[in-house]
Design a protein around this ligand. Structure first.
Ligand code: NAD
Length: 356
C-alpha cells in the first residue's frame, strides 16, 4: 500500500441546534462580521445578524450562482465600508463561494453555515466568473475557519433539490473510491458517504421533515465534500462537465443520469472500489444499484429528456478522449459512445466484462 495523506485544517461543528454556536465561533476569528446570503435567504440571514448583536456589523444578501466578479466587488466594498474583519455565510454553494472569494481577495476569515448538500464548505476549491468566463482554483486560504452544520436548517430544502444534490454528492464519493490520488481515509469517508446518503435520501423524499434522515444526509454530504476536496475526479465528472458545457444541460440531473453508466464503465478496472461500493449500496452490481436508487427517487435517467441531442453522442465522445486524464479504465471513443448511447436512452447500465 502506498499513499500520500495531507489533511486540511478543519473545524467542524455538527448537530441540530448548533446554529446557536455562531457567536462563539465568530469571536474566535473576529469582532465585526459581515453576514452573507442570497436574496431568497435574506430574512433568515437578517435574523442571524440580529442574533449576533454587536458582532454582526452588516448583511450582504446578494450572493448568486457562480460568484460573479461584480458581486464580489460589491461585497468587498461593503465589507470595507463597515470595517468588517470576518464573514458569516448562511446558505448553499453560491453563498459559500462568495465567502471564499472574500477570503481569497481581502483575507477575511469565514464561518460558514451550509444549508444545502453542495459540500463546497469543506473544499479548498474557489470559483469566480468574469465576463461569462468562470475561473477556478485550489487554495487553502479559502477554507472556512469553522463550518457549522445544523440539519434543522436543511428542513426547508425542497425534496427534489435535496435528492438531486444528494445524488450529486454520491457521485463525488464514487469517484473518490478510485481516484488516482485517493488514500485509505478518503475511501473510508467515501464509502460511509454513499451508505448514509443511499439510506437517507429515500426517507427525505417521502418525509422531508424527518430530522434523523436530514441529519444523516447532511453528514453524508459533509463526507462527500471532504472527498471532493481531497481527491481528483475522473471519467464521470469530466463527462458531465463536457455534457453540461456542450449542450447546456442541468448540472445535478446530468450527474444522476450519467453516474451508473460511468461506474459500469470503470467497474472492471476498479475492483477494490466496487467492493466498497457494494458494501455501501447493497446488491451485487453498484452501477445497477445506483440506477435503481436514482429511479426510485424519481430522477430522470435519460440524457435525451435532459436536453442532449442524439447526434451529440459522437461529438461528446470525441471531446471526452481529446484531453487525457487519469481514469481506472482507459477511455476509448467506442466505449464512451456505448456508455452515452445507453444513458441517452435512459436504459439500465450493462456490466462491462473487460478491464481495458
Ligand atoms: P445555491 O447555493 O445556489 O442555492 C440554490 C437556491 O436554494 C438559492 O436560492 C438558495 O438561497 C436556496 N437555498 C439554500 N438553502 C436552502 C434551504 N435550506 N431551504 C430553502 N432554500 C435554500 O445552490 P448549491 O447547489 O448549494 O450551490 C451551487 C453552487 O455551488 C454552484 O455554483 C457550484 O459551482 C458551487 N459548488 C462549489 C463547490 C466547491 O468546492 N467550490 C462544490 C459544490 C458546489
Amino acid at each position: 500500500m502506498q499513499f500520500l495523506y495531507e489533511p486540511l485544517p478543519y473545524r467542524i461543528i455538527f448537530g441540530a441546534g448548533s446554529i446557536d454556536q455562531v457567536p462563539a465561533e465568530v469571536e474566535r476569528v473576529g469582532k465585526r462580521a459581515l453576514v452573507l446570503s442570497t436574496a431568497e435567504q435574506g430574512a433568515d440571514a437578517r435574523r442571524l445578524r440580529e442574533s449576533l448583536g454587536e458582532l454582526g456589523v452588516g448583511l450582504f444578501d446578494q450572493a448568486v450562482m457562480h460568484v460573479p466578479a461584480p458581486t464580489v466587488d460589491a461585497a468587498i466594498s461593503l465589507a470595507r465600508q463597515l470595517d468588517a474583519d470576518c464573514t458569516v455565510a448562511l446558505g448553499g454553494g453560491s453563498t459559500t463561494g462568495l465567502a471564499k472569494a472574500l477570503s481569497l481577495k481581502i483575507g477575511l476569515p469565514s464561518v460558514v453555515i451550509p444549508t444545502t448538500y453542495a459540500g463546497s464548505e469543506v473544499t479548498p476549491i474557489w470559483g469566480m466568473t468574469e465576463n461569462g468566463v468562470k475561473t477556478t482554483g485550489r487554495d487553502r486560504r479559502v477554507l472556512p475557519a469553522t463550518v457549522i452544520y445544523d440539519p434543522n436548517l436543511t428542513l426547508s430544502l425542497p425534496p427534489a433539490l435535496s435528492v438531486a444534490s444528494g445524488l450529486n454528492a454520491i457521485a463525488h464519493c464514487m469517484e473518490g473510491l478510485y481516484a488516482v490520488d485517493g488514500n485509505p481515509i478518503v475511501s473510508v469517508m467515501a464509502e460511509e458517504g454513499i451508505r448514509t446518503l443511499a439510506r437517507s435520501l429515500p426517507v427525505i423524499r417521502e418525509h422531508p421533515q424527518d430530522r434523523a434522515a436530514r441529519g444523516e444526509a447532511l453528514y453524508g454530504c459533509w463526507l462527500a465534500g471532504m472527498v471532493l476536496g481531497a481527491a481528483s475526479v475522473a471519467l464521470h465528472h469530466k463527462l458531465c462537465h463536457t455534457l453540461g458545457g456542450t449542450f447546456d444541460m442541468p448540472h445535478a440531473e446530468t450527474h444522476t443520469a450519467v453516474l451508473p453508466h460511468a461506474i459500469a464503465y470503470n467497474a472492471p478496472a476498479a475492483p477494490e472500489a466496487m467492493a466498497r461500493a457494494k458494501r455501501a449500496l447493497g446488491g451485487e452490481d453498484p452501477a445497477a444499484a445506483l440506477y435503481d436508487l436514482a429511479k426510485s427517487l424519481g430522477a430522470e435517467m435519460s440524457l435525451a429528456k435532459l436536453g442532449m441531442p442524439e447526434d451529440g453522442i459522437g461529438r461528446a465522445a470525441e471531446l471526452a478522449v481529446r484531453n487525457p486524464y487519469p481514469n481506472p479504465r482507459p477511455i476509448t471513443k467506442e466505449g464512451i459512445v456505448r456508455l452515452l448511447t445507453r444513458a441517452h436512452a435512459g436504459l439500465r447500465p450493462v456490466p462491462v466484462m473487460e478491464a481495458a
